[in-house]
Design a binder for this molecule. Sequence first.
Ligand SMILES: [Zn+2]
Ligand SMILES: [Zn+2]
Length: 293
Amino acid sequence: MDLIGVVARVNTVSFDACVQFASDHVVDGLLMQQPPGIGSAASAGMGLVRRAIITWLFTYLGSILLYFAFAGLDYYVVFVRYKERFVPHYQPNLKEMRREMWLSSWSLLVMAALTTPAEVAFQLGYGKIYHDVSEYGWLYLLVSPILFLVFSDTLIYFIHRGLHHPAVYKYCHKWHHSFIHTTPFAAFAFHPIDGFLQGIAYQVFVFCFPFHATMHLVSLAAVGLWTVNIHDRTTLNIPLVNGAAHHNIHHTTFKSNYGQYFIVWDWIFGTFKDPNGAHKEEKEEDVYGKKNL
Ligand SMILES: [Zn+2]
Ligand SMILES: [Zn+2]
């Protein structure tokens, strides 16, 4: 997932500083049940298993912190401080919010594990992360995040549509759609496989296209924030952009506005629904039929 990727990039940047401590005190001390002294020697030539465990731990801890920071701030601004302006009819439903947080929290743990192989591969020099701007120039540096968004949006659109296929919907994506009227805390409330599949585009991109390490970090932070933002029911009304109002319609109709960042693929394939027009909420059972739920 996007947030997971952010953390993994931070991991890479601060890897040298943190990895020894994590290896000796967390991996050895807690998981492998060895005293730190033994770990110091072992971690000097770190094996794949040790590296993967550390990456997973850091990735999860960081992503959960970012999730609560982004979603908490968004919730405070939209649903508390400026509630009358943005969501005047909102009635807090603490049970649903707790469910959003609980599912996001444990789902991120599994998604972090599923993402770890790709992140370890990046650390070991596979993929196309680069550090020197002169390698591809300033123009490419500035264009690459746009390419990243277009590439990700395209893959996510088709994966997301696939997850809505009646034959598979109930196994994965139904979990996310159990939240009809979302808050920002629903941003990562997925079945872990669903979250992993929808986040895979961010990993694949780095194996296909060169991406500057810092720009990658900034882009991942932005898409993480965006994922939170599209669940807060407000919208910025930017032409061609799939905002929160669009995604709100996705949650209330189940079969329109599948895009993550743009409306282009929805528009091309006739699944676009304009939030400025009238739309009617649909029931999951009516859309999929009892036998598919
Ligand atoms: Zn969906
Ligand atoms: Zn959603």
